[in-house]
Write a protein that binds this ligand. Structure first.
Ligand SMILES: [Zn+2]
Length: 76
């Protein structure tokens, strides 16, 4: 499980099940296990601090790489 945090304020954003190698570019909604304090406005997803995290594309969230950091285990 990965804990995804805001790169600006370090707040937790998502608990996410990342499977396989590769960069974290999309968050598949079915693999999001928990949402923390995020703000949704139209299709944009923000951290509580106002940092734009990504864009809701329906089945996944396209994340802005520079807006997040993450830690935890990737399932291979
Ligand atoms: Zn933040």
């Amino acid at each position: 499980m990965l804990i995804i945090r805001c790169s600006k304020c370090k707040n937790k954003l998502f608990k996410y099940e990342k499977i396989g190698k590769g960069k974290l570019l999309h968050l598949w909604k079915k693999r999001i296990k928990k949402e923390y304090s995020i703000i949704k406005s139209n299709k944009n997803i923000y951290c509580e601090c106002g940092n734009l995290i990504g864009v809701d594309e329906g089945i996944y969230i396209k994340i802005i790489k520079s807006s997040i950091t993450y830690s935890g285990e990737i399932i291979k």
